[in-house]
Design a protein around this ligand. Sequence first.
Ligand SMILES: [Zn+2]
Length: 299
Amino acid sequence: MSFCGKLKTELCNLKTPECCRIAECYGIMLFGRFFSSDKIGIQTENEAVAQNFCYLLRKCFGIYETPVSSNGKRPVHKVYVNNSDDRKKILENLGNEDILYTDILSKECCRASFIRGVFLSCGQCNEPEKNPRIDLIIKNEALVPTVIGLLNDAEIEPNMTVRSGKNVIYLKKSETVEDFITIMGAGNITLELMDLKIIKEVRNNINRRNNAEEANTAKMIEASIKQRNAISYLIKKEKFDILPEELQEVALLRMANKEATLSELCKLSSFPLTRSGLNHRLKRILEVAEKYGFKGEIK
Ligand SMILES: [Zn+2]
């Protein structure tokens, strides 16, 4: 099961306190497929969401419905309130689809349950290991400010975009995604997310370190090739002998130890030599070679 599927299933398995049930049910319906006197219903890929909605309809309104499922490549589970009297009963309690009925959202626990319902109905999330992200795809534009307001109340700052003509409220910072999941009540998943984040950070650090090491090695090899080319050039142009003795010594040391780092060369030297001293001498050799026409490569 995808992370999103797992998260939704876990949310459905929570024991919703009695006072919160109607708020959760309302969140599911209002952001579901239909919420009007003609049709009330949801359509979901997640069976737990469909079952949970049926449970809430029963507990809150005494309405008995069962999911209608088709199990193709992408399973679809539909739950519709089929009886018009039942729909009337719901709307009498909760008002119409454009205005949020706030009476049932006065308590913090109920607001959190409402948000959970919204997510169950119209929410999507990415695999957190790749890029944590929560999307709430909202068909009814009139409800966008309401959702943003509720999230702001919970100290979550969402972003907003329009994708394929639909309003999408999204969260993409991993801390914000974690906060959102925690508010909805899936603490276990948040812990899992944090573990994943730590693993990801460690992995990134290792990559960064490896890259830095590789870059250093590459730089070192490049420098060694250039130094050796300069020395070969001087020999070819019969200018090696004009180098002062201390430079000749260093040149021979470099030629004899192609892959040695500066520190290794210092250790190999038969005379006392510091890294910066060695570096300075190698630079001087390069300058002499360039004075005689060396351009970095041997022609
Ligand atoms: Zn409550």
